[in-house]
Design a protein around this ligand. Structure first.
Ligand SMILES: *[C@@H]1O[C@H](CO)[C@@H](O)[C@H](O)[C@H]1NC(C)=O
Ligand SMILES: *[C@@H]1O[C@H](CO)[C@@H](O)[C@H](O)[C@H]1NC(C)=O
Ligand SMILES: *[C@@H]1O[C@H](CO)[C@@H](O)[C@H](O)[C@H]1NC(C)=O
Ligand SMILES: *[C@@H]1O[C@H](CO)[C@@H](O)[C@H](O)[C@H]1NC(C)=O
Ligand SMILES: *[C@@H]1O[C@H](CO)[C@@H](O)[C@H](O)[C@H]1NC(C)=O
Length: 787
């Protein structure tokens, strides 16, 4: 085959050109058919093959007719030339495609009725199906004034795809067909259910029909600007309250998260434009309104909604917090994009939700609205939205299994593979310009932030067991960096060089499984600079593995005692306490439902290379009762020695139980001794009993770690003692909130750094300054107790 050789040669050149950068997606199966045409039709850089150029045997049956029209389409269509011809079927017929690569494919069917001889295509009524699923039932195109494009995302698991047309009376037709492989990471198996909020599994085996594909932010994206040739329509016609919306577009270089989101997920233009809440005045706080888009759906069907987000509006991280609603359900609350991207802006993300058939109404409202968290500037954006309908009707076509010989129209496209390769080449050439731009982007991606790993809010990156075996030298005992009730923690290095901590649960304990799920669930919803970040997990083969960011300096405990690490200075200790307290305060105060950590201890405070603390180990955490302080009753868990006596006695858990445990940590930090030391006797065994005796007698200095005792300013120590005493109050109500603890600790730090000033002026300034910062947290009663 002469053309094949040339094409093959060209392919090799192109591949070697691309191998220096990362090759963008090139579909393995890429069938573009212009039906009823004897010519090949160029549509942008793509060539649609006229189906009459196919082997003559397949065209001999008189029951299918090549139709054509001279009437020109208006300017609205992307494919005017495709709609000049159609193939008419007057009896059941099918196309057969050789599938080179099994997996997900787009099947696109183009329809635009016209009158040809005595056939009025608007009178057609027919079914379209593959050998497995029904694509269109009782399909009619009466009163159609612009071309109809039906797109399906299907997982093809056979080496042949058959598309059947079954007319009801005697008329079926199609103008063009596309069958295109898509990247496997275009669709994941898991998504989140909306009502109730939970997990859906099995998405990747569903046949999905795209019903809406919307680019928020005004502009239409045409197939030529989408590497998978999709059309994204602007959102203006769906938006309910235009006055509340503002369209934003930028041309920012996007920071893709490796592996999860690519230019194939949605084109850069989609992520570079958004619809945002139009705040009447940038300084207005408390603006309360939603932007709502409305879509028409078919009742009785399940839908998948894919939200595309990319923060192109903020100047810095943690500025943009908002809520997303589907119908009456809040699906994302206080959603902070930057928390999922390690603070990196302009980073595309998407999230999939399943709206079950029972909840589908004929009109679906999608809204974004401001977060209700105090002190957060009201804001919100959406960049794109795709809505797919689950196709749950199995095929009733006349073709049951292998349709090799019976049909009237067999277009054995395998035969024309040679021709197809040259199409691929043409497409490639067309893409080269794009490619150059993208390789620059790739370069940037790898240098920007090698800690950016793939995850999104609800679905952290799911590692393959193999990847983690590789990262930890197959769980080499020499790589163990910690052992706990849950299992062992290994040091790991991912392929891209990122160091991580890999916590491998002991399998087969139910408690373990619950805690594992609890931890993924909790950590996926929250992010704070003083809370340990979950990078991903692995649940393959009953494994329960959690992957965290690596904390180079280990536990706070190891820096206090039981190791030969150099002692931390008082200032370092205070800074670590402040950071940890901020992390706990976030859990207690800044979420819609407070989270009680339940196992606050120095071994659960980890330090990074700069000694920045992060709170770890959420396996025991419980999401607390609403904002009222009523306790939740629960079995005693946690670590002996840190337990809130109230909790221990009455099994009543409140955020104040964490405050108690944190008070114990403060004592450990001060004294550098174990919480329980059985080798001592009597009251001395327990650090609280031991130290509180001295504290009450005003002799706290006696219990201070002797390595730093001389360097502590007495005012700082006195202030620190006050905090400890308050945290350890027997009655939970008397313990301060973590916000107040932060305040005291900062005060203690300032006192440590300040030259003693007999006039007291400095300390007044200090109080004014510090209290400005935390005023929202301080009740007047706690102000009274200040000096
Ligand atoms: C087609 O449109 C005309 C006028 O808009 C209307 O009267 C007619 O009922 C429509 N037919 C169908 C089948 O929808
Ligand atoms: C079209 O599909 C429907 C639903 O599967 C089926 O009931 C009907 O018989 C089909 N019509 C034809 C002409 O095959
Ligand atoms: C791609 O998008 C740009 C900007 O929106 C537009 O100017 C251009 O016409 C589009 N190109 C094609 C081929 O659609
Ligand atoms: C917002 O309103 C304030 C007072 O009403 C005004 O001083 C300020 O200029 C306004 N800002 C903008 C951006 O309109
Ligand atoms: C936004 O819409 C949701 C869902 O309909 C509703 O619960 C919420 O109160 C709305 N928020 C505002 C500020 O209107």
């Amino acid at each position: 085959m002469q053309p094949m050789k040339g094409s093959y040669f060209l392919t090799c050149i192109l591949i070697s050109v691309f191998s220096t950068c990362v090759i963008s997606f090139i579909p393995i199966d890429n069938y573009l058919i212009d039906c009823g045409s004897s010519r090949n039709t160029a549509v942008g850089p793509r060539f649609f093959l006229g189906d009459s150029n196919l082997p003559s045997r397949t065209l001999s049956t008189p029951t299918h007719i090549m139709a054509s029209t001279h009437s020109k389409l208006g300017g609205s269509s992307e494919y005017p030339s495709l709609y000049q011809t159609a193939r008419i079927f007057t009896s059941p017929s099918y196309y057969s495609f050789q599938i080179q690569q099994q997996g997900h494919h787009f099947i696109r069917l183009h329809f635009y009725p016209f009158v040809y001889q005595n056939y009025d295509l608007a009178n057609a009524k027919f079914n379209v199906s593959t050998q497995d699923i029904m694509l269109l039932t009782d399909f009619q195109l009466k009163n159609v004034s612009s071309p109809i494009l039906k797109e399906y995302l299907v997982n093809i698991t056979k080496d042949k795809l058959i598309i059947c047309f079954q007319p009801f009376s005697d008329l079926a037709f199609v103008n063009a067909i596309e069958v295109i492989s898509v990247p496997e990471n275009l669709i994941f198996d898991k998504a989140y259910t909306i009502n109730p909020l939970g997990q859906y599994t099995g998405l990747s085996t569903q046949a999905l029909e795209n019903v809406y594909r919307v680019n928020m932010g005004m502009s239409k994206v045409t197939p030529d600007n989408d590497t998978l040739w999709r059309t994204w329509v602007p959102d203006a016609s769906f938006i309910q309250n235009q006055n509340f919306a503002r369209w934003k577009s930028t041309w920012t270089r996007l920071n893709y998260m490796q592996g999860l989101v690519t230019a194939e997920t949605a084109p850069p233009i989609v992520y570079n434009s958004a619809t945002e809440l139009a705040l009447l005045n940038e300084t207005t706080t408390g603006a309360q309104f939603n932007i709502t888009w409305q879509f028409e759906l078919q009742e009785g069907y399940t839908y998948m909604l894919r939200f595309h987000f990319c923060d192109i509006v903020s100047n810095s991280a943690n500025q943009l917090l908002f809520n997303v609603y589907v119908g009456p359900w809040a699906v994302l609350t206080d959603f902070d994009l930057s928390s999922l991207t390690y603070g990196s802006l302009a980073t595309p993300l998407f999230t999939d939700f399943i709206l079950s058939a029972k909840d589908t109404t004929s009109k679906l409202s999608i809204s974004i609205g401001p977060s209700k968290i105090a002190n957060v500037q009201p804001h919100g954006i959406l960049n794109g939205l795709e809505i797919f309908k689950f196709n749950n009707i199995s095929s009733t076509s006349f073709i049951t299994n292998d349709a090799g010989s019976t049909g009237s129209l067999v277009i054995a496209l395998g035969i024309i593979v040679g021709a197809m390769i040259s199409f691929v080449i043409i497409v490639l050439v067309g893409k080269m310009r794009l490619e150059k731009k993208r390789s620059f982007k790739m370069h940037r991606r790898s240098t920007i932030n090698n800690t950016v790993l793939c995850h999104n809010r609800y679905l952290r990156y799911r590692f393959m067991l193999l990847e983690l075996q590789e990262a930890t030298h197959n769980f080499d005992e020499n790589w163990v960096i910690g052992v706990g009730g849950f299992g062992k923690v290994y040091n790991g290095v991912l392929r891209d060089g990122t160091q991580v901590a890999v916590k491998r649960g002991k399998t087969n304990s139910q408690q373990g499984i619950n805690e594992f799920r609890n931890e993924i669930e909790l950590l996926s919803r929250i992010w704070h600079q003083h809370l340990l970040t979950l990078v991903g997990y692995c649940d393959e083969k009953k494994e329960m593995i959690l992957v965290y960011e690596y904390m180079e300096k280990g536990t706070l405990k190891s820096h206090l005692y039981g190791s030969d690490l150099p002692p931390l200075t008082w200032k370092q200790r205070l800074e670590i306490c402040i950071g940890s307290a901020r992390g706990l305060n976030y859990l207690h105060k800044e979420l819609v439902k407070p989270i009680i950590h339940r196992d606050v201890k120095s071994a659960n405070i980890l330090l990074d290379q700069h000694l920045i603390p992060k709170i770890a180990d959420f396996g025991l955490s419980k999401s607390g009762p609403g904002l009222d302080q009523s306790p939740i009753s629960t079995a005693v868990k946690g670590t002996f020695g840190y337990l809130d006596p109230e909790y221990f006695r009455f099994q009543q858990l409140t955020v104040k139980s964490d405050v108690y445990s944190f008070g114990v940590v403060l004592l450990e930090v001060l004294c550098a001794r174990p919480v329980i030391n059985p080798s001592l006797s009597g009251q001395i065994i327990n650090i609280v009993d031991w130290a509180m005796g001295y504290l009450r007698r005003g002799e706290l200095i006696q219990v201070v770690d002797h390595q730093i005792a001389a360097s502590i300013q007495s005012d700082s120590l006195r202030k620190f003692g006050e905090i400890v005493e308050k945290c350890l109050a027997d009655d939970g109500c008397e313990r301060p909130s973590m916000a107040v603890v932060v305040w005291y600790l900062e005060y203690a730090l300032q006192l440590q750094e300040m030259e003693p000033d007999p006039s007291g002026v400095n300390s007044l300034n200090l109080i004014a300054r510090v209290s400005d910062e935390i005023e929202p947290f301080l009740g007047s009663s706690s102000m009274k107790s200040l000096d």
